[in-house]
Design a binder for this molecule. Structure first.
Ligand code: UD1
Length: 360
């Protein structure tokens, strides 16, 4: 069997690490196509190096652009690659512009498409990822769902017959790296200057357009982080840095200490060292849950509803709606005392993916 994976953005590289390592245990051929949606070393190269992913076989180099330009560039470049490779399966991951473009180019060439992390829904049509998920699910032949909730969403949309529950491949990698960090196999993460890893601190990330792109919203969010009573290590995505520069908003203020995005093992180690996380990232919400730290999510909804149980994760659409004390109490609360359970599977999801592809 020949499987061609299409990836392009940071979270897809983590999922690819799990899949590439499962394929390495088999005699199947696994071809990796990197669209180039993320090209900064911090967002791409360090994941290949740090997670032992084989170098991409093909690099499309599409880079940044508006949604149409970026999606279109991937579409235009994929035909030739698919024609040359003719895989048995095209595997697309998650919900980025690279995902929908990879899926669409493959179905148009009558190549079977499998969607990993199928069935997630925020029901928020303002999110670019929501269109990408729905369109990808409806054009794919095989829907690899991470959770029972995702299976239910797909069934509700008439896609039950194409759906298989495989678990979440991010768990495979997150738990593997957690154990390696705990065993001292990774150096201490490069936290922003001014953060003492031995004292309580919060880890924060913000990158969603709804949070970064309007200047009033962004400056209110930074002010809320700045007002917290513990140091905040803000790992700044390039979009956040670019928008803050554009609007003259200073990120390093009050409690906020700014650093660069971390490689995956560094991120896992930083979450483990932290007292909790404040984020708008889907992946980080779940990693925080898996690593047993409380998460506060700056969004009105989440696709990962299982994290909300017992307040492991709390949604705060707008910290300014709370008094300063109430916001501080939510963001700095201790971890719940009840166990998280295992709603995302047992860390063997990538092997299940390979098995399902073999059998389908
Ligand atoms: C993308 C995904 C999002 C995912 C996120 C993970 C879509 C619609 N969004 O969002 O689902 O959670 O990746 O990080 O696909 N930039 C750089 N260097 C890079 C890449 C981007 O500087 O290597 C800057 C550019 O200014 C670019 C902006 O970041 O315009 C946004 O990048 P883009 O890939 O369009 O979306 P993300 O916000 O990263």
């Amino acid at each position: 069997m020949k499987v061609l994976s299409v990836v392009g953005a940071r979270p897809q590289l983590v999922k690819l690490a799990a899949i590439a390592s499962a394929f390495a245990e088999t005699s199947h051929e696994h071809v990796i196509v990197h669209t180039g949606q993320h090209y900064d070393a911090d967002l791409s190269d360090v994941f290949f190096d740090g997670l032992g992913i084989p170098a991409p076989d093909v690099h499309l180099g599409v880079g940044s652009g508006s949604h149409g330009v970026q999606t279109g560039a991937v579409l235009a470049a994929m035909d030739k690659v698919l024609e040359a490779e003719r895989p048995d399966w095209v595997l697309v991951y998650g919900d980025t512009n690279s995902t929908v473009a990879g899926a669409l180019s493959a179905v148009k060439m009558h190549l079977p498409v499998a969607h990993l992390e199928a069935g997630l829904r925020s029901f928020n049509r303002r999110m670019p990822e929501e269109h990408n998920r729905v369109l990808t699910d409806h054009c794919a032949d095989l829907l690899l769902a991470p959770t029972e909730e995702a299976v239910r969403h797909l069934a509700n949309e008439g896609l039950g017959k194409r759906t298989r529950l495989v678990g979440d491949v991010m768990v495979d990698i997150c738990l593997r790296i957690r154990d390696a960090v705990a065993a001292g196999q990774h150096p201490a993460p490069a936290l922003p200057e001014g953060i003492d890893p031995a004292a309580p601190f919060l880890l924060a990330t913000l990158h969603r357009p709804d949070n970064t792109d309007a200047p009033e919203r962004l400056s209110a969010l930074i002010a809320s982080l700045a007002s917290l009573p513990v140091p905040v290590a803000l790992l700044a995505h390039p979009r956040l840095v670019a928008r803050a520069d554009e609007h003259g908003i200073k990120l390093a203020q009050g409690s906020v200490h700014v650093g660069r995005p971390l490689p995956y093992a560094g991120l896992v180690a930083a979450v483990m060292a932290s007292a909790g996380v404040v984020t708008d990232s889907g992946g980080l919400q779940k990693e925080t849950f898996l690593l047993g730290r409380p998460c506060t999510t700056i969004r009105p909804e989440t696709e990962w509803v299982e994290t909300l149980r017992d307040e492991w994760n709390i949604l705060v659409p707008d910290p300014q709606d709370k008094t300063r004390e109430a916001w501080a109490a939510v963001a700095t609360r201790p971890a719940p005392r009840v166990s998280q359970g295992t709603p995302y599977g047992d860390g063997q999801a990538a092997r299940s993916v390979v098995r399902v592809l073999e059998q389908s």
